[in-house]
Every structure is written in C-alpha cells, then in structure tokens.
Write a protein that binds this ligand. Structure first.
Ligand code: S3P
Length: 183
C-alpha cells in the first residue's frame, strides 16, 4: 500500500455474459495497447485438450469450473495483459478477488434479447443448449447480476461498435492508472 491505495496489477480484465463481446473487444483493446491478449476459455481448452462443449459433456460443469479457476490463476500472473473471461468466471469469489487484484475489471453488458441474437445458432455454449435459450439467458443474467456488479466499470455494448467500446475502456484505463501506483 502507498498513499492508502493498494498496488494492483497492470492488466485489464473483461467480464460479462456469453455474447457480450469480450473476445472481439479484448483482441482490439490488446492490439491498441500493444499488450498480450489471453482468453481463459481458449486456455481451458488447451489445458484439457478438448473443446468446452466436450468438457461439459464428458466431465460436467463442476470440473469445467475447476479448470476455469486454474486458468484464471495462470492468466493473472502476468502484466500488460488483456484478459477475456468466460461468462461464469465471476461466480467464484476466489476468481473475482484474483481478477480484481490483477487490474481494472470491466463489465461488458447488453440486454438479454441482444445477447440471444448474438449467440443463437452458434452451438458452442453448453449452458444454452436448452429448449428456450432466451428464457435461460434471462434467468442466468438475473442470478449473475450481483456478481457482475462487482466490476469496476460497466459498459453497455448494445448497438455499439467494437471501436467505441475500446475507446471508452482506454479512457477508463487512463483514469485508473492515475489513481494507482505501480512498482
Ligand atoms: C460460460 C460461458 C462461456 C464458457 C462456458 C460457460 C458461462 O464463455 O466459459 O460455456 O457460464 O457463462 P463465453 O462467455 O466466452 O461464451
């Protein structure tokens, strides 16, 4: 601690529901900053040697969540990284405290209908393989709302291009850096 402010990592973490744009925004943000981009879902797939739908099908969600926590532990060790997390990464307090200690946590938000339009027909989200995916999205969003609310910053992505979202995050990052001290 210096001047009462904790020393935190120099990273930007994107959280938010499936289809909120974490991967496309994260890639562009990392490119603009000249930082590394890490997607925890991709890391999990590499660790497990199989796809996320296969992990859910063969080993179940609790096993997936353990891999996710491990991926978050690995991904938060670095600095100058843009980290895109899976939509459920916020659910474990252990994950959230690591993500917050790693840097600025940004929530990408959108209405349920918009998220549905973005993920429908994709077929790679096991939690949405149900008869009524829109109802499931509403239900999960409602349940996760208090978890997502722990982010430092919320950005509504509805109808906005990636570039505009990236600009807003870059501005927030400048303010964040001014308020912190780094070793
Ligand atoms: C999940 C979101 C997915 C993936 C897994 C579970 C969730 O990631 O981690 O299917 O619980 O919301 P994306 O948010 O990148 O789709």
């Amino acid at each position: 601690m210096r001047d009462g402010r904790p020393l935190t990592g120099q990273n930007i973490v994107l959280v938010g529901f499936m289809g909120s744009g974490k991967t496309s925004v994260g890639r562009e943000l990392a490119r603009r900053l000249g930082w590394e981009f890490v997607d925890t879902d991709a890391l999990i797939e590499r660790m497990a040697g199989r796809s996320i739908p296969e992990i859910f099908r063969e080993r179940g969600e609790p096993y997936f969540r353990d891999l996710e926590s491990e991926a978050i532990r690995t991904a938060t060790c670095g600095t100058r990284t843009v980290l895109a997390t899976g939509g459920g990464a916020v659910l474990r307090p252990e994950n959230m405290s690591r993500l917050k200690a790693a840097g600025l946590v940004v929530l990408l938000d959108a209405e349920a209908e918009e998220l549905y339009r973005r993920v429908v027909n994709e077929g790679r989200r096991p939690l949405l393989e149900v008869a009524d995916p829109l109802a499931r999205i509403r239900e999960l969003l409602e349940y996760r709302r208090p978890y997502y609310a722990q982010a430092d910053l919320r950005i509504d992505t509805t109808g906005r291009p990636v570039e505009a979202i990236v600009e807003e995050i870059l501005k927030a990052w400048k303010r964040y850096v001014q308020g912190h001290h780094y070793l």
